[in-house]
Design a protein around this ligand. Structure first.
Ligand SMILES: NC(=O)c1ccc[n+]([C@@H]2O[C@H](COP(=O)([O-])OP(=O)(O)OC[C@H]3O[C@@H](n4cnc5c(N)ncnc54)[C@H](OP(=O)(O)O)[C@@H]3O)[C@@H](O)[C@H]2O)c1
Length: 348
């Protein structure tokens, strides 16, 4: 392929949103595609991972990663194909994962390879979608959050919120594989049915079913309390689960999506029922998936094995076209995605 005629369509941050990011917060730009210099690689984006964390990257606030700068191409992890290479570690045709950005082509100079985290991936282990889901960042989050921090023991009850989402589906299925009871919390009967009937969770609580749905559901499905709570949503649901903790419970603070669009970048009020930690000699611990990068290969091998032998399934919700990025991202905050949300930019 010659790059001479290629045009790169990109999505850049135009201004910072106070609450929900809408189309006016983005700029759609184009620029010619350049050849890589010595040691560099040119990657064509195939599919991008749309993640709740992206909303946090738009805030001018201190976090585990710097905010996206005004005018910068929006940060996004993605799978792509090498179309030109001046680096012996990457050949034309290789499929790669990295922080490619919301754009059709990522030119990665040699000194940016590490920052972009460009790695080759093997499509024999999973599809492009699965490499953004169970075998990708969400899967790694579920794996290390549950196993390292949650330390679930066979027979214990694991509860996970946003259960039909990317991280949640891995957590619940892995909990079952490790011999635990898995109870999901998700929005709506379709998602709840899917996690129970297709993924094999023991139960799922539809938190949209009424004001006392979570309280009643936890009482019914976790009669001996919650040993491990994998929290993806924060807010009121976290409070309800705290009130049902078992002795020595572990709460994994993975995310708080119910709070991300709050005005003024406020992460949301803390949990009211935190004294349950004292009463139950329990603990809460935050996690950031990138801390486990050295161990990703081991987790990928294990999870790929489960996909292959059928013990694990994965569901991706694929939307096509870079132009749809602003509205597609917002699906995450309204529960509009069913499974891992993927933006397909080019056919694999
Ligand atoms: N710490 C880390 O390293 C790390 C890494 C990856 C992800 N995360 C976090 O993990 C969480 C899940 O991420 P994901 O990529 O797997 O997203 P996801 O679950 O695929 O999508 C987000 C889901 O959150 C649910 N949701 C949205 N607003 C909600 C609300 N107000 N109350 C309850 N549920 C709500 C929706 O499902 P329903 O239809 O069920 O409401 C939505 O589909 C996020 O909080 C994310 O920030 C953390």
């Amino acid at each position: 392929m010659t790059t001479a005629t290629l045009v790169n369509h990109q999505v850049r941050l135009a201004r910072r949103p106070e609450t929900t990011a809408t189309r006016e917060h983005w700029n759609f730009t184009t620029e010619p595609v350049a050849e890589p210099s010595e040691g560099g690689v040119l990657v064509q984006t195939l599919s991008l991972s749309l993640d709740p964390a992206m909303r946090g990257w738009l805030n001018d606030a201190k976090s585990y990663i710097p905010p996206v700068a005004i005018g910068e191409v929006m940060r996004a992890g993605g799978v792509g194909r090498v179309i030109s290479s001046q680096n012996p570690a990457f050949a034309v045709g290789d499929t790669v994962y990295g922080t490619l950005g919301v754009q059709e082509y990522a030119l990665v100079p040699q000194d940016a390879l590490k920052r972009v985290g460009l790695v080759k991936i093997d499509l024999r282990l999973g599809t492009v979608g699965q490499w953004l889901n169970v075998l990708g960042m969400p899967g790694m989050t579920g794996y290390f959050g549950l196993l390292d921090i949650g330390q679930p023991q066979p027979g214990q009850t694991v509860v996970v919120s946003a259960a039909a989402g990317a991280v949640g589906q891995t957590v619940g299925q892995l909990a079952r594989i490790k011999g635990c009871r898995a109870v999901g919390i998700a929005g709506g009967p379709a998602k709840c049915d899917w996690v129970v009937k297709e993924l094999g969770f023991d139960a799922c609580i539809d938190y949209k079913a009424g004001p006392s749905a979570v309280r009643e559901g936890l009482k019914q499905h976790c009669p001996n309390g919650v040993d491990v709570y994998f929290d993806n949503v924060g807010g009121e649901i976290l409070d309800q689960v705290l009130a049902r903790l078992a002795r020595k419970a572990r709460v994994i603070v993975c995310g708080a999506i119910s709070q991300y669009n709050n005005a003024n970048s406020m992460p949301g009020a803390g949990p009211r029922n935190y004294l349950s930690l004292l009463v139950n000699r329990a603990r809460m611990e935050g996690m950031v998936v990138f801390d486990y990068a050295d161990r990703f290969p081991q987790a990928i091998a294990e999870l790929a094995g489960y996909l292959k032998d059928g013990r694990m399934q994965s569901k991706e919700d694929v939307v096509q076209g870079l132009d749809h990025f602003p509205e597609t991202l917002n699906k995450l905050f309204a529960g509009g995605n069913f499974g891992k949300l993927v933006l397909q930019v080019a056919a694999a």
